[in-house]
Design a protein around this ligand. Sequence first.
Ligand code: UD1
Length: 418
Amino acid sequence: MQKLIIKGKKKLSGSITISGSKNASLPILAATILNNNKTTLKNVPFVKDVSTMIELLKFVGLKIKADLSKKKLIIYSNKNLKTIAPYKLLKTMRAGVLVLGPLLAKFKKAKVSLPGGCAIGTRPVNLHLFALEKLGAKIKIKNGYIYATAKNGLKGNKIRFPSISVGATENAILAAVSAKGETILSNCAIEPEIQDMIIFLKKMGCNISFTGNRKIRIIGVKEFKPLDHEIIFDRIELGTYIIAGALAGNRINILKVQPTIIKTELRLLKKMGVKMKVEKNKITVFETKNLKKINIKTEPYPGFPTDLQAQIMVLMSKAKGVSKIKEEIFENRFMHVPELRRMGAKITIKNNEATIDGPVNLSGAEVMATDLRASVSLVLAALAADNRTIINRVYHLDRGYENLERKLKNCKANIQRV
Ligand code: UD1
């Protein structure tokens, strides 16, 4: 099993180009099922989750050509697809369930495995199914599979989500864009990745618009168009490298970004004292000493993202005073804490709140990655720590961070995979 070995306290300097967003690519890839024309996707991050989604689409019957050097995918769907998504392709990537909406909309039936368990929480799909039932689907769960049918096709409806879910909003949109008539979705997630998917769907010929506070209006259409789309940048990767820069950087230029999308993160990082210069498509982060404590809670967008919680916790360990994080999205997302403690962090957990006492001197240790964002928090801690850190189970990182070692090495980090 591969490990990362990082020798900390090297001053980072150089440039990092941010990749396309994994969380935008996954629903957009699922959306291509609907179209029988050519789809060209650019700025695709070739990370493990994206490869798993490509494998799933190929299993279903889509033809996909990948050009890794150009970060491009050319995709052809058709009228004769399998309407099954098997467990083997959903057990490692929950977003596979996003093919349910498009398959059901296009073929009036689908059999999709319930996604595998997940370390950060139970992560049910009841809200996805609730929305599809409101659109007229009949749903049964049997032998670990969701069986969905809509004999007479899906029909538009008014759907108010009882709580905000990124995946359920995406699945509902992907089903409603070709349902009969009008759908009004309210209490939707409005993450930038969903907004990117909506831009994609509009180019594809869908009739869809935001009509106010967390409300989306869709009129179903039957015909779609060929299209080209460039995937939005990965805001979580951006946040991660800003924190790397603040922890261990001399000067890091972060390129190919739209800072206006991460206003909340930038405001909070500035409040902590992180030295940055924010330009239109670039952020420069400078060495930051005297970081200040802060209290944050994770929330749906435009709030502070749960996917950046583990990373900012490392920064809080270097800040003077007691910082707090309330995790409001997932019930079990503090698994990085025991490992960070082994590196010298002073963190206690009570219910969904972490208390971080700083500043501490982090020191290298052998640690274990447990999920995608937890893994990268260990990388950040290692960059700021004395001596050598060995991170086991790095396959979690490969699910979502494109060329992490190469990007850090280009900034003079001492990091290698063995
Ligand atoms: C997406 C992101 C993930 C991010 C999360 C929250 C992708 C591929 N993944 O995950 O990186 O951490 O948003 O920003 O985009 N819930 C239910 N029932 C459901 C669905 C969700 O109770 O049917 C709950 C979840 O358990 C969780 C909360 O709703 O507590 C939010 O989850 P959701 O927004 O759906 O996350 P994902 O779409 O799975």
